[in-house]
Design a protein around this ligand. Structure first.
Ligand code: XCC
Ligand code: SF4
Length: 645
């Protein structure tokens, strides 16, 4: 646990309240784990078979090999690769649920799901080579869903549908390296196979499959989730919202949704608007029903409907400790098993919904595409009936406004206007040096470091250096709480060039693009920057960098790896569980640059992290010959026509 205070002051008060109520929070438990096992933190512990568990002495003393003979670099590589596989599995399984829901929407008009964004449907269908002419949207949607599902189970050689959206040069590189992803499930399975006892013992070869698995996730599972969610629920566009625990309402029934899949939260949105339930709430003495989110589900509900975000991953227990949450409904991922204990100390009912994710002692409302709305209504009813059972309520005052909803399409539209939506103005401003580059700052929060500090510190420094920041996940929530996601923050925090562009367009210097599966929107944006031209021929030529300053989940590692394999320099804070092997760190920190054009770095200090990213961006600018900045190029008609393909 870091000695720095968490950046968000409401945290300490609620934490104390929880402790007084006799429960621990994530911070107390984190302290109890300190000091942590040094072998584990360095990636040097292996339990892949029961001749072990084995560990390697990091100081060069004995033992230097596992019982089977595995060296430090093999053990570290296998552990890291398994993290990639698990992360890829989690978000890709989310993508699979979305594809199944799209199929339900296409086949069953009474399911409550339907195609909301026909433009996006057509665009995705065309990418997949699916005919759209003279067909109903249901026919097209069914085929898109089937094709997407086929991406998971593909066995043959060949590639996933969305790989063709990557720049040509990238696709050629992936082919040459043999890492073009074939089937999503297949790559994950092969990764698990190769890291089983006694299989792949070459750390470089293990990481080639690590790259392939991560790419299957980024350009497969994750992109399928994002694109098909847009088809089902609408493509986000900029809207105003609010964030932090202060969004909970004293007078209304609070339903807090936590987890990841909008397949659930979209139905809760409908249920919370139900007239009968609204009336029931009033009959209970409540002013209405307030729906708010935690983690990525919150991001999904914010981006598409403007519903408020109650907090990030570390605030899930604190939300309960306000005493104002009538129901917390969870699905999958980032849901702490500690929740029932704290819920018992307050009046909160905890409800699980996914057959994949139950918590012992918690009420389960089985949710599937076929009973979605009914289940959602039953959950909201539970909350309404629980409202009168509240005891003392302590809702912190902290809340902040933000603008979110910067999907790739929205950025296109904002920059280029409705008739010639394009990234050309972005490239143009990067070439002339007003904007120095683009950084993706994403990922979780981690109680090992002071909450939100690294996210906010890093992002402030990047925008002050005229670097446009794109965010997702809990990182976006952290910066939103600090007020960085408002257009006004450009004047206050951004460098002069970036501020000028932001003010001209009316956008914040930090763009909230969604949940963690929406990191695929960043891949799309990067590919589009390459396609528009003037910044090289591959993602690895672009003046861009990525970071996850307070990461904790396996998904974050997998996301990091797909950015690196797509050509992006990516820095992680908190540390990486690979430091036990110099051979391995040299491979992913240095050699990767010559393999993928993108590499990993680990740097816990946000200032130094910013410096690494800025240096990288400047190096790329030099290579592109735009280091000094160039005057704005005025487009003539012919150049514009070229851009509008
Ligand atoms: Fe989870 Fe997605 Fe990490 Fe937040 S950022 S802690 S993964 S909710 Ni996704
Ligand atoms: Fe030990 Fe090798 Fe078994 Fe790992 S696979 S636990 S290093 S014997």
């Amino acid at each position: 646990m870091s000695k720095d205070k968490n950046r968000d002051i409401s945290v300490e008060t609620l934490r104390e309240k929880a402790v007084q109520a006799g429960v621990e929070t994530v911070w107390e438990r984190s302290e109890q784990q300190t000091p942590r096992c040094g072998f584990g933190e360095k990636g040097l512990c292996c339990n892949h078979c029961f001749m072990g568990p084995c560990r390697i002495n990091p100081k060069g003393k004995s033992p230097q090999k596992g019982v089977c003979g595995a060296t430090a670099e093999v053990i570290v590589a296998r552990n890291f690769a398994r993290m990639i596989a698990a992360g890829a599995a989690a978000h890709s399984d989310h993508g699979r649920e979305v594809a199944r829901t799209l199929l339900t929407a296409a086949r069953n008009p009474d399911s409550g799901y339907s195609v909301k964004d026909v433009n996006k449907l057509h665009k995705v269908a065309r990418t997949m080579g699916i005919e759209v002419k003279d067909r109903t949207k249901e026919e097209i949607a069914a085929e898109v869903a089937e094709r997407a599902l086929d991406n998971f189970g593909r066995q043959e050689e060949g590639e996933l549908s969305f790989v063709r959206l990557a720049p040509e040069a990238r696709q050629v590189l992936w082919k040459r390296l043999g890492v073009t992803p074939r089937g999503i499930d297949r790559e994950i399975v092969e990764m698990l196979h190769r890291t089983h006892m006694g299989v792949d013992h070459d750390h470089r070869n293990i990481m080639l499959q690590g790259a392939r698995t991560a790419l299957a996730y980024g350009w497969g599972g994750s992109m399928i989730a994002t694109e098909l969610q847009d088809i089902l629920f609408g493509t986000p566009s900029p809207l105003r919202g609010q964030v932090n625990l202060g969004v909970l309402s004293e007078k209304e029934v609070n339903v807090v949704v936590h987890g990841h899949e909008p397949v659930l939260s979209e139905m809760l949105v409908l249920a919370a608007q139900d007239k009968e339930l609204q009336d029931l709430a009033k009959a209970q003495g409540a002013a209405g029903i307030n729906l708010a989110g935690i983690c990525c589900t919150a991001n999904e509900m914010l981006l598409r409907h403007g519903y408020p975000i109650a907090g990030n991953v570390l605030q899930q227990e604190l939300a309960v400790a306000t005493g104002a949450v009538d129901v917390m409904v969870v699905d999958v991922q980032c849901v702490m098993p500690s929740l029932p204990e704290i819920a018992r100390c307050f009046h909160t009912k905890l409800v699980t919904t996914s057959s994949k994710a139950k918590i012992a002692g918690t009420e389960h409302f089985g949710f599937s595409e076929d009973n979605a709305l009914e289940t959602a209504k039953a959950i909201v009813r539970e909350a309404v009936l629980n409202f009168t059972k509240r005891d003392k309520v302590d809702i912190p005052h902290e809340k902040m406004d933000l603008i979110a909803g910067f999907s790739h399409e929205a950025i296109n539209y904002m920059l280029g206007g409705s008739f010639r939506g394009s990234y050309a103005p972005l490239n143009d401003n990067i070439i002339n040096g007003r904007i120095k580059g683009v950084a993706g700052v994403v990922g979780c929060c981690n109680p090992k470091v002071a909450m939100d500090r690294s996210h906010v510190g890093l992002v402030e420094e990047l925008i002050a250096n005229d670097i446009l920041v794109v965010q997702t996940g809990c990182s976006a929530i952290a910066c939103a709480k600090a007020g960085l996601l408002l257009p006004e923050s450009a004047r206050e925090h951004a460098g002069p060039g970036l501020a000028e562009v932001c003010e001209a367009v009316g956008m914040p210097p930090v763009l909230h693009s969604g949940s963690c599966v929406d990191n695929s929107r960043i891949l799309t944006a990067l590919s589009e920057m390459v396609r528009i031209g003037g910044l090289g021929s591959d993602i690895s030529d672009l003046p861009v960098a990525g970071a996850a300053p307070e990461w904790m989940s396996e998904k974050a590692i997998s996301i990091g790896q797909y950015f690196v394999s797509s050509g992006v320099f990516t820095v992680f804070g908190v540390g990486l569980p690979v430091e036990g092997s110099k051979i391995f760190t040299r491979h992913i920190y240095e050699e990767f640059e010559t393999v993928f054009g993108g590499m990993w770095a680990s740097e816990p200090d946000p200032g130094k992290m910013a410096a690494l990213m800025i240096d990288h961006i400047n190096t790329k600018r030099e290579k592109l010959g735009i280091a000094k900045g160039r005057e704005r190029v005025l487009f003539d008609m012919e150049m514009r026509r070229d851009l509008e393909v």
